[in-house]
Design a protein around this ligand. Sequence first.
Ligand code: PLP
Length: 386
Amino acid sequence: MPQTTPSLPIYLDYAATTPVDERVVSVMQRYLTVDQLFANPASRSHMLGWQAEQAVEQARRQVADSINADPREIVWTSGATEADNLALTGFMRANRERGMHLVTSTIEHKAVVDTAKALETEGFEVTWLTPGRDGRIQPDQLREAMRDDTALVSLMAVHNELGSINDIAALAAVAHEFGAAFHTDAAQAVGRIDLDVAAQQVDLMSLSGHKVYGPKGVGALFVKRHPDIRVEALIHGGGHERGMRSGTLPTHQIAGMGEAFTLMREQATAEQTHITALRQRFLAGLETLGGVYLNSPPDNAVPNILNVAFDGVDGEALLMALRDIAVSTGSACNSASVDPSYVLLGVGVPRRLALASLRFSFGRYTRDGDIDHALHVLHHAVTGLR
Ligand SMILES: *Cc1c(COP(=O)(O)O)cnc(C)c1O
């Protein structure tokens, strides 16, 4: 059968992943082929190994600088999923004598939710906090959940489905009042809110490359250098990353993540201005539709994520009708199932509206014309389905 080449859909799914910035690609290309710095960064016996190691260490500084950490506090992983696993499982297993209790929330990313559930089967106890309609956990709410045997609190910085922002400094302060450590999943937060592990008193922070215009398959866990903050390795081997995560370091991925974080830092302010304007344009266009409800909170939220319910339509049917616009029903990780998003149900969105909800997320390459086209198609689809 002859194939027609469809035009590329308009991409409004930046919260699921971002394209790799061209400038990041050109940095990554220095570490792959025979005439380049492809050597194993753990090879101590030759110049090529040292040079690859230098690239890894430069990227470690770049990522550390983005969150005001010391480079020695950055542990490379395969992504934020692995960083969350290492933070929760690695910390809880290493701190059994401190306590068997973990506090988190029902609307965390699955990488945290499912890790906490796995810990329950290992004999750890988990308290699941329920956020308010605004997707936030309040410090007082956390205080009530804290116990003498609470070892760790894990609450995300920016929510991937809602865009809501937790006050991580206030939450970390509560954790510390009770002698517990504080972990935050900041995969969506880099370049969108200020991250400063020293000022915010964060002990463990998960980061990802591909939410910040870097490559997929690389991330990091910030582990505060302090005798009380120990994590047990989940992946055993050559003892890389100060024994916390073995495996040959992927120089090109790591250098790419470092460059992506630096670029994000340089243009975060301009980018947020651009994206805020896109959001206003999109919201203004939605208003004329009627029967539209925002699941994302109006305040304390990042501008790049908008979760919207279209009353009277089915989300899956709407998604089909929006074929040339790439958006997500809630979370990309669950897109194979038609269950309503656990996050939307978790913040009290009625099932009917949760099933009629889409997440739009904007980014570096979104233009006014993309928003206008999306609105045009959306009007058509929603009116047709109603
Ligand atoms: C994308 C994402 C993850 C998973 O990151 P990977 O690098 O894809 O493993 C974890 N948490 C949040 C909040 C995310 O948005």
